[in-house]
Design a protein around this ligand. Structure first.
Ligand code: CAA
Length: 702
């Protein structure tokens, strides 16, 4: 059996190596191995210094996140890190890859740190709803200035080795082999006669300004991280670092940490951590199915979506050919891409040379024949079946055998589009979200005949362009937009009942949605939903109140931000301003249509919108459109602004309790329009059984 922690010798230097693939997570056996190693090393007098390093692609990526639910088995983090810090001979952490969370805390408890130039250091615990619980909040501000420490932890963004060196965290940089570099540094220490340099003995850097700094951060966090506990817990722990002796500070950190780990916020964020990785695993798909390589991409349509998707590939270093019907459309598209990149240069997130390089990767053309050697072509023109069919027929004629053909449709039947080609097995839905170069989500739609390796290619290309790909089956709206439909229906109906747009959006935003749905419609264009509803008129309920506010705004040309008014008015800075005219118009219309003026309160608005969405999610699971409840959660948190700290709609439903939700839906069936409030069979079944979506998913073995 391979030892997860081993000791080797390089003359009088001991090298402790952690080997726990894939990311050297600090699981119980790693902690036990480190304990054994440091207990053994302290008894040996042939050793002058110790180097700690990680085998494989990284140092240590942190605690084993799986362990948080079951409880931390001994030895605990403090015991192990205490042994490292207590060592009588100097300990050097030799960091390559990432030192994150508990990994960073090993480095902080070591006496010296050397880093590979590509290494990164971070304490991303807030992304998991917890705080660094192995001394990170107490040791880091003793090594780097408090302000920088607060920033690193609040942002959760790892910093590059060069920055860590500048701040005083890293003692030396290594260009070649990291372990050799660590040994060389340790030899120098021995030669200099340098002993241990324990972080706990240092004073907090910048403690004199701590009160002002931490108070300002509390105000900031209350605004930008609303409804969350862990950022406040972090600031409390830092306060303890400044005001208490080290040992007591550690105790305060532990007490805060112990409260946060089992709380809903942390459970929700852990759920998403694994859910976002689970999406790549498709039940029933053999591991032998390999993706087709994607080294050259074609995009049809140089509009907003096509341009954004082209940028995704150019950013990943993949050459892109964009085809459009007119030179003017191509010129406009290329100019927009350049403008977007220029904005990044102005912000400092991109260098001018990178801009030029990315622009060179994008080739505009009017000629479909230029796609002859593309591995993947993505059609991104507007939603029109006839147009898409025409394009797919053209692509079928020019693409090489084996090329994957994606369609960015958000509503149309992909089976029908695929049927115009001689190779429907190569066709897959690739539904991007606007702006495509920014939004994380990619809905991958598996049509009836999509080949397994095409599905795997779609998942792989999502990773290639740093997106989270979630697989759905074909239905109107797939996962995201289908659930959005009842959610927004309720939001709009509330307006006819006497709620104002600010009350509806406010209720949703205070729940945690990034933006209220009415403001989203104003941003995207109120006409978008209206036009798709016109096309599907024959399928919609015979209900004059259904999306009536949307229709009225369209009839008046009040299409949202682009026309200066929609559900709200907008000033020149696009700030939303309440519009009493719209409010009155909708109240009157409600009255005309015989809608009861019930003026729903905050809680009712939230329940109606969210429970309608969750109910639809249960139907998607029953119909097999979504593979897992957790996939729906990933779609909503990465593409629709659902608060991550609530875990996504289905996780949230489990925290409320399916029985409670089902009962409320039945009550709405009695008090509101009954046709919209039929509980989904799966929801009803689970509610009756006292079960949850999580238990149901687990029971299916997914
Ligand atoms: N615990 C358990 N499993 C982990 C893990 C962790 N800390 N980090 C990664 N994994 C698993 C993933 O689930 C994945 O498993 P599957 O292949 O079975 O899906 C596998 O390792 C590979 O991970 P990625 O697909 O994410 O690989 P990547 O190369 O894209 O990214 C990474 C690597 C940057 C390290 C990324 O995995 C990551 O950010 N991990 C989490 C880091 C983190 O948050 N650490 C802090 C933990 S909390 C803590 O440490 C508290 C404390 O104070 C002690």
């Amino acid at each position: 059996m391979v030892e997860v922690v081993s000791i080797s010798m390089s003359n009088e230097i001991a090298v402790v190596t952690i080997d726990n693939p894939p990311v050297n997570a600090m699981a119980q056996d790693v902690r036990a191995g480190l304990k054994r190693a440091f207990v053994e090393l302290r008894t040996r007098n042939d050793i002058k210094a110790i180097v700690i390093g990680g085998k494989g692609r990284t140092f240590v990526a942190g605690a084993d996140i799986k362990e948080f639910d079951s409880g931390i088995a001994p030895p605990g983090y403090h015991e192990v890190l205490g042994l490292i810090e207590d060592s009588a001979c100097p300990v050097v952490a030799a960091v390559h890859g990432t030192a994150l969370g508990g990994g960073m805390e090993i480095a902080l408890a070591s006496h010296y740190r050397v880093a590979h130039e590509a290494a990164r250091f971070g304490l991303p615990e807030l992304t998991l709803g917890i705080i660094p619980g192995a001394g990170g909040t107490q040791r880091l501000p003793r090594l780097i200035p408090l302000e920088a420490a607060v920033e690193l932890m609040l942002s959760s963004k790892p910093m590059p080795a060069a920055k860590a060196r500048e701040l005083g965290l890293v003692d030396a940089m290594v260009t070649g082999d990291i372990i050799e570099g660590g040994i060389a540094f340790a030899r120098e220490l021995v030669a200099r006669g340098a002993g241990p340099r324990r972080t706990r003995d240092l004073a907090v850097r910048g403690a004199e300004n701590a009160a002002v700094l931490l108070a300002a951060k509390r105000v900031q966090v209350a605004k930008t991280m609303r409804n969350r506990q862990s950022p406040l817990g972090l600031l409390d722990a830092l306060q303890a670092a400044v005001t208490l002796p080290f040992a007591q500070g550690l105790k305060a950190e532990s007490a805060i940490s112990e409260k946060l780990v089992p709380a809903t916020e942390a459970r929700a964020l852990r759920h998403l951590f694994f859910a976002e990785r689970e999406v790549r695993k498709i039940p029933g798909l053999s591991a032998d199915v390999k993706p087709r390589p994607v080294t050259r991409v074609g995009i049809i349509g140089a509009g907003t979506m096509g341009g954004g998707i082209s940028m995704c590939y150019a950013n990943a270093g993949v050459p892109v050919t964009i085809v459009d019907a007119t030179q003017a459309a191509l010129d406009r598209g290329m100019a927009t891409i350049r403008k977007n990149y220029e904005r990044s240069v102005a912000r400092g997130s991109l260098k001018q040379e990178q801009l030029e390089h990315r622009m060179q990767l994008v080739t505009p053309t009017l000629d479909y024949a230029a796609l002859g050697n593309a591995d993947l072509v993505i059609e991104a023109v507007f939603e029109n079946m006839a147009l898409k069919k025409d394009i797919f027929a053209k692509l079928d004629a020019v693409l090489r055998k084996g090329a994957v053909i994606g369609t960015n449709t958000s509503t149309l039947d992909i089976d029908e589009i695929a049927a115009v080609t001689t190779r429907p097995e190569d066709v897959v839905g690739l539904h991007f979200f606007s702006p495509a170069n920014v939004m994380q989500l990619l809905e991958i739609v598996q049509a009836k005949r999509t080949a397994p390796d095409v599905l795997v290619t779609a998942l792989e290309t999502a990773k290639q362009i740093k997106k989270i790909g979630v697989v759905a089956k074909v239905c109107y709206g797939f996962i995201g937009n289908r659930m959005m439909d009842p959610y927004a229906r309720e939001a709009e109906h509330c307006l006819l009942e006497g709620a104002t747009p600010e009350q509806v959006d406010g209720a949703l935003e205070r729940f945690g949605m990034a933006m209220g749905i009415l403001a989203v419609f104003d941003l995207a264009g109120v006409d978008i939903g209206y036009l798709t509803r016109l096309e599907r008129k024959h399928l919609l309920p015979d209900d004059p109140t259904f999306y009536r506010p949307d229709t009225m705004l369209n009839e008046r040309g009040w299409l949202g931000q682009k026309t200066g008014r929609g559900f709200y008015r907008y000033d020149s800075a696009r700030k939303r301003i309440p519009d009493p005219e719209v409010v009155e118009m909708l109240w009157k219309e409600g009255k005309r249509l015989g809608v009861e003026r019930r003026q729903p309160g905050e809680k009712e608005i939230q329940e109606r919108c969210l429970y309608a969405m969750i109910n639809e999610g249960a139907r998607l699971l029953d119909e097999g459109i979504a593979l897992r409840a957790s996939d729906i959660d990933v779609v909503y948190t990465s593409g629709y602004g659902f608060p991550r700290y609530r875990g996504g709609p289905m996780f949230y439903a489990d925290t409320v309790g399916l029985k409670t939700i089902c009962e409320r839906i039945l009550e709405f069936r009695r008090t509101l329009d009954a046709r919209y409030w039929e509980p989904a069979p799966l929801l009803e079944k689970l509610a009756l059984a006292g079960s949850s979506f999580a238990a149901w998913s687990a029971g299916r073995g997914d």
